[in-house]
Design a binder for this molecule. Structure first.
Ligand code: PLP
Length: 474
């Protein structure tokens, strides 16, 4: 039998060994393939039944550490799939420490340090993003839950316009909620609307063209016709090309109507660190905005942020009361977001902001924007590649178009996307953008350098030439 208490004396040795294993893995990140040939098989090796008698800590951890090839090296510099950050040294170290201290960041009573770090982290993030210091906020598990949290506040406001206290009494008696957005709307926002009982299919997408940007003229007309309170979701950073809705223009329209304006800036809010892009101007005029920590802030999973103009709206949606629960003047974030007992994710947020500050983050974001433009220039210079959208942020949208190729370009690009990921030198996603199969590498990791991004075009052209020749001779 392996009772954890019997391992008390061995715990230190186990943790030291695990630090060794973790350091060895991290040291391999710059060299190791993003995806090893055996990745799936290694991952699928972790099957089997619940042990009746435990192995004990050291053998169990040794087994786990032997299986890290089953993970994609998404913490490393050449994983360009989704919009994935890594963990800065300070964030990772603080996250380790946070796990060791194992705080319940529910309330001041459960964790004074967790509560204070979160209050400070929220204030620092508002400052980092140039949002008003009078706004409130809360850390969440990610942008999906941040959208849920902010849209819960939006739902409370909207119901109040109809004389209903929705958080107390529910949705009964309310009309269907009018929700407007653009073609850039992220599926996590529709997931949040579903969880809130507002309906996944409610958003009306008003878009000017096949790139999806907000049609503000149509929005003005729709709101005038509606003549009732509405929720509008603007998008700062669309996942296929990094596009932005014209947030100032959307805010101008919303200002003249009864609207809760929410901005999803899961990664795009970081454009406010590089104001010369002009992309995320106007977010400060919204009623709520969200972003992700585990994307461009480069803190470990899981971390996101929800911000609202009127902090009391969060308490209205997420309060909980019981005789044994604290009721005091301290920050109690378990009352301001969907989770009650919760990880002290502010350890990592506070530490990375303390370590690198505003100028460190600005330097990182600006480096990523330069790297994205570098890839875009390589795409434009190649006669077998086609840029599908201007590179305004950190995502490069392109496809492989070999001269003289008479076959099906979508099938070729889909096969090429799969071949790139199988190859493992770099990894990024395929998508459908403006009606065609496309690639969308996103540059978000703090470790990424020029040599890393140069592999994107190199690998695509190398594998593409082989595939195109096979397709022609087939
Ligand atoms: C990634 C993303 C989300 C969802 O974020 P999670 O952290 O995965 O929950 C929402 N909106 C946008 C625009 C995103 O890019």
């Amino acid at each position: 039998m392996a009772d954890p208490l019997d391992e008390l004396a061995g715990a230190e040795a186990l943790l030291r060994q695990t630090v060794e294993d973790a350091l060895q893995y991290l040291a391999s990140l710059d060299e190791r393939p993003v995806r090893a040939a055996a990745t799936d098989a290694v991952a699928q090796g972790f099957v089997g039944d619940l042990p009746e008698h435990g192995l004990g800590g050291p053998p169990a951890l040794a087994r786990l550490a032997s299986g890290l090839d089953g993970a994609h090296a998404s913490a490393g510099p050449r994983f360009f799939h989704f919009v994935t950050g890594g963990g800065t040294p300070a964030a990772l170290a603080a996250d380790w420490l946070g796990s060791a201290v194992d705080q319940n960041s529910f309330s001041w009573v459960s964790s004074p340090l967790g509560a204070q770090l979160e209050a400070t982290a929220v204030r620092w993030l508002l400052d980092l993003f140039h949002l008003p210091p009078t706004w409130g906020g809360v850390l969440t598990t990610g942008a999906t839950m941040a959208n849920f949290t902010a849209l819960a506040a939006a739902r409370g406001w909207w119901a109040e316009q109809h004389g209903v206290e929705v958080d107390r009494d529910g949705l009964a008696g309310l009309p269907a909620a009018p929700v407007f957005s653009s073609g850039h709307l992220h599926p996590s926002a529709t997931k949040a609307l579903a969880m809130l009982g507002l309906g996944r299919e409610r958003p009306v997408r008003l878009q000017v063209d096949d790139r999806g940007g907000f049609d503000v003229v149509a929005l003005e007309a729709a709101l005038r016709r509606l003549d009732a309170p509405a929720i509008v979701i603007a998008n700062a950073g669309e996942v296929n090309a990094g596009d932005f809705d014209p947030i100032e223009a959307v805010a101008d329209v919303c200002q003249a109507h009864r609207v809760w304006l929410h901005v999803d800036g899961a990664f795009g809010l970081f454009a406010r660190l590089a104001p010369e892009t002009g992309l995320a101007a106007g977010v400060e005029r919204a009623d709520s905005a969200i972003s992700d920590g585990h994307k461009w802030l480069n803190v470990p999973y899981d971390c996101g942020f929800a911000f609202v103009r009127e902090p009391a709206r969060l308490a209205s949606a997420f309060t909980l009361a019981a005789a044994y629960l604290p009721d005091d003047e301290h920050p109690n974030f378990g009352y301001l977001g969907p989770e009650s007992s919760r990880r002290a994710r502010a350890f990592a947020v506070w530490a990375t902001l303390a370590a690198y500050g505003r100028d460190g983050y600005r330097a990182m974001v600006e480096r990523h924007l330069r790297l994205a433009r570098r890839v875009a220039a390589q795409v434009e210079a190649a006669d077998d590649l086609e840029l599908l959208a201007p590179t305004r942020l950190n995502i490069v949208s392109f496809r492989f178009v070999p001269p003289g190729f008479a076959g099906d370009l979508d099938r070729l690009n889909e096969a090429l996307g799969a071949a790139v990921n199988e190859d493992g030198r770099v990894m990024f996603g395929s998508t459908r953008y403006r009606g065609v199969a496309a690639f969308r590498p996103a540059i978000t990791n703090w470790r990424t350098t020029e040599a890393d991004v140069d592999l994107i075009v190199e690998v695509v052209r190398e594998l593409g030439a082989t595939l195109a020749a096979q397709a022609v001779t087939a």
